[in-house]
Ligand binder design. Structure first.
Ligand code: UD1
Length: 420
């Protein structure tokens, strides 16, 4: 079993190359099922969630392989619309493939998907959305979708679910009806999906806003499509919080990430400084211990992302004063706190919120990641704490970060991957 051994307490200096966004790449792999041709996803991270999606593509008859840094998916051989249960249980993003299969074959079947242990993750909004657009859905141990009559209609999502928005966009892409998705998620990764579907010949508008309109096109058959996804704002934000916890100065290389409001707000009036060039964050500089961050609420985009909530909680342990963190997207996403308490961190969880009293020295400890971003939080604490710490559950961290230990070593942290 692999673990990270970390000798912490070092400030971070240097450059970090940010990968393409995991949350853009996974739905793009799903969408490539619509394409009876080749899709090239450029600068695709070799993270384990991508490897599982590649296995799913192969199981349903397609080809998926890396050509240097590009992921190539050849959808010409895809001939099955039943998703393999063992793989769908491994990864939540497998559910996105449902919309793509409906587009391609009219039918799809999936088991309820698995994923990180961050609380309940049902698929009722996906089902409501696809039903609302005209698909028949039979729910049992497996969920079977029949969209052979064509999709045409208007749905309002009860919550702006990212995956349900993407699934509905894919399902509606091929056909002759017009579908409208209201209260859609507005995450920027959805714009990448819209670009891809349009490159296939669909007509999708409004991606990134709360209303997405998809005019189905029968002419989508198969073509060679290249797409370069946006940079991973969650990976970049994770490195920002590493720097907040440890101090130092890091520069994002090439694909730096847009100046999202949430980071500017967090760093306002604090010891953390961001330097922006051409609307993108280029440098993060932390010279002294920051003050507590006040109250921050994880919300759907453009709010503070739930995928950075655990890293924020861990970094707040090193900020002098109080930080209150509320998660309105995944209210139970605090299981990592139990592990952080092993370091004598002063954190109390109250329902969907936690209060961090930061600024007291933590002690090194052995902790265990139970989910991807919770794992990033444990690394945040370990690299900023004097002494030797161990972080287990590396397989969860590998789901979303490619070679995180190498990137951390490049900026001066002492992190090794050890097989115990
Ligand atoms: C996506 C992201 C994930 C991120 C999340 C929220 C990808 C591959 N993953 O996940 O990293 O944490 O958005 O920003 O893009 N819900 C239901 N029923 C449903 C669907 C969702 O109740 O059918 C609930 C979830 O339990 C959760 C909330 O809605 O509380 C948001 O989930 P959703 O936006 O769907 O997340 P994902 O698309 O799975």
């Amino acid at each position: 079993m692999e673990k990270f051994v970390i000798n912490g307490g070092k400030r971070l200096f240097g450059e970090v190359k940010i990968q393409s966004a995991k949350n853009s790449v996974l739905p793009l792999i799903a969408a490539s099922v619509i394409n009876d041709g080749k899709t090239y996803i450029e600068n695709c991270p070799k993270i384990s969630d991508v490897l599982v999606m590649m296995k799913i593509i192969k199981e349903i008859g397609g080809k998926a392989y890396f050509d240097k840094d590009d992921l190539v998916i050849d959808g010409r051989g895809i001939d099955k619309w039943i998703l393999p249960c063992d793989l769908t249980r491994e990864i939540r993003a497998s559910v996105f493939t449902v919309g793509a299969l409906i587009s391609r074959f009219g039918y799809a079947s999936t088991c309820v998907p698995g994923g990180c242990n961050i609380g309940d993750r049902p698929i009722d909004i996906h089902i409501e959305a696809l039903r609302g657009l005209g698909a028949k859905v039979i729910e049992g141990d497996e969920v079977i979708f029949d969209g052979t009559k064509g999709l045409d209609g208007c749905v309002t999502l009860r919550f702006p679910s990212v995956g349900a928005t993407e699934n509905a966009m894919m399902a509606a892409a091929r056909g002759s009806g017009t579908c409208v998705i209201k209260n859609a998620a507005k995450e920027p990764e959805i714009i990448d999906l819209q670009k891809y579907l349009n490159a296939l010949g669909a007509e999708v508008q409004g991606g990134g806003s709360d209303t997405v309109v998809v005019r189905g096109k029968d002419k989508i058959i198969g073509r060679e499509v290249r797409i370069r996804p946006i940079a991973d704002r969650i990976e970049a934000g994770t490195f920002a919080f590493f720097t907040v916890a440890c101090g130092g100065e890091i520069r994002f290389l090439e694909e730096s990430f847009p100046k999202y409001l949430f980071l500017s707000e967090i760093f306002r009036n604090n010891a953390c400084k961001i330097y922006v060039k051409n609307g993108k964050i280029e440098v993060i500089k932390v010279e002294e211990r920051p003050k507590g961050f006040g109250k921050i609420c994880a919300m759907p985009y453009p709010g503070f992302p739930t995928d950075l909530q655990p890293q924020l909680v861990a970094a707040s342990c090193f900020a002098k004063g109080l930080t209150v963190v509320v998660d309105k997207v995944f209210p139970n996403r605090f299981s990592f706190v139990e592990q952080l308490l092993k370091t004598n961190a002063d954190i109390e969880v109250f329902g969907n919120a936690c209060v961090v009293s930061g600024g007291k020295a933590l002690t090194s400890a052995e902790t265990y990641a139970g989910d991807l971003r919770g794992g990033a939080a444990l690394i945040t604490a370990a690299i900023a704490t004097e002494g030797k710490s161990v972080v287990g559950g590396v397989r969860y961290i590998d789901r979303g970060y490619e070679n995180i230990e190498k990137k951390l070593r490049n900026i001066g942290a002492d992190v090794s991957r050890v097989d115990f």
